[in-house]
Design a protein around this ligand. Structure first.
Ligand SMILES: [Zn+2]
Length: 153
């Protein structure tokens, strides 16, 4: 699977990461499917409530509101525009999922209420002003695989 990150979303992400400093921040990833297994992250939402330096906790109320707003904006064309997954920052840690991150994502995709076929977790970090991003795809059948992120210019 490939996930493209457009310049406007990258710019907003870098601004938010600079403002947040040592606090973990995050939100949801909403995407447009361009081809099978090829997506563009058209909207990275930013949760208003940041985390601590070591932990980011999803605000389910804002997540639900942001999802509604995205589906409204894209006129409920779910096959083209849909939820891709979650992102958060690791300002103080390696750009890879912690054991809590793994457990959270596995619980999300294995929830009987979960309507997607997968969910992506993207972890980001600013290193001397440079954006570092990595992402993994979580499959409801178990297991996660790294995916290709492409920064669009
Ligand atoms: Zn994390």
């Amino acid at each position: 699977m490939r996930l493209r990150l457009p310049p406007d979303q990258i710019e907003q992400l870098i601004t938010a990461l600079r403002r947040a400093g040592k606090k973990e921040i995050g939100g949801q990833i909403f995407g447009e499917q361009l081809m099978p297994s090829d997506f563009r992250a058209v909207e990275l939402t930013l949760q208003k409530q940041p985390g601590t330096f070591a932990r980011f906790i999803i605000d389910l109320v804002q997540a639900a509101q942001d999802a509604l707003r995205f589906f409204e904006r894209t006129e409920y064309r779910y096959t083209q525009f849909n939820y891709i997954g979650e992102w958060h920052s690791h300002p103080s840690f390696e750009v890879k999922p912690s054991s809590v991150d793994l457990a959270t994502m596995r619980a999300l995709v294995s929830d009987p209420e979960f309507q997607g076929n997968f969910a992506v977790l993207m972890i980001v970090r600013l290193d001397n002003g440079h954006l570092i991003t990595r992402a993994w795809l979580f499959d409801p059948s178990g297991g996660e695989i790294p995916i290709t992120l492409e920064i669009e210019r």
